[in-house]
Design a protein around this ligand. Structure first.
Ligand SMILES: [Mg+2]
Length: 226
């Protein structure tokens, strides 16, 4: 990995899903939980399809760079599925935000609290920027950030790779783009947003595969931090 130019960096903005925890065991646990739930309530057999539809429509909203996403993210899949918007919202809150929290906590990447502490101890500020509400996940992970920004915050209202949320995080941190580092896990979302905002970025990956900005271990990211 290209070393982070730490002397130039005064603020670090972290993505959440896939960056602060491993999403694979969470997905596996939630798939099993969903199956068990539906086996006991066969009349709810459409539930997995409804959640899948929500995810697909949300990816499409991100691709389009849509505005008004706080409502659209529920209205679009609800209309396609012929269910109430409130019902869609309730399902997403239950199955994608609340129920996964214990699995998210169990899948935390090790040592992240120390990483956040080391950054703070070195005088840097820490923010979190997610396409989903992040407060509860942060609490489940035992992490604290000075600034927490979500795509659906009224002043953001854009999904990644639109850099609006990153810019809002920077404004709240009082940091400028050239003194910020974004840490994410998806090049086409986090990496692209960073490039558009003129921000330095690194990606948490499972194997580096020659990606000059990919790191496997958080120790590698902090290398040279003073
Ligand atoms: Mg992510």
């Amino acid at each position: 990995m290209i070393p982070v130019p730490w002397p130039d960096i005064s603020a670090v903005v972290f993505d959440v899903d896939g960056t602060l925890y491993d999403p694979r065991p969470v997905r596996r646990r939630m798939t099993l939980a969903l199956l068990r739930h539906v086996l006991r309530r066969p009349w709810q057999w459409r539930l997995p399809l409804e959640l899948q539809r929500f995810r697909r429509e949300r990816e499409a909203l991100a691709e389009e760079g849509a505005h008004g996403i706080a409502r659209l993210q529920f209205e679009r899949p609800a209309a396609a599925l012929g269910i109430e918007v409130d019902r869609m919202e309730e399902l997403v809150r239950e199955w994608m935000l609340t129920r996964p929290l214990p699995a998210v906590a169990a899948a935390a990447y090790p040592g992240l609290a120390d990483v956040f502490d080391a950054l703070r101890a070195s005088g840097r500020r820490v923010a979190v920027w997610s396409d989903y509400p992040a407060e509860e996940k942060l609490a489940a992970l035992g992490l604290r950030a000075e600034v927490v920004v979500s795509a659906t915050d009224p002043e953001v209202d854009r999904l990644k790779p639109d850099p609006r949320g990153l810019e809002v995080a920077l404004a709240r941190l009082g940091a400028s783009a050239e003194h910020c580092l974004l840490v994410g896990d998806r090049d086409e979302r986090d990496g692209e947003a960073a490039r558009r905002a003129g921000v330095e970025w690194r990606l948490k990956v499972r194997e580096t595969r020659g990606d000059p900005r990919g790191f496997v271990d958080y120790d590698e990211l902090l290398c040279g931090l003073e």
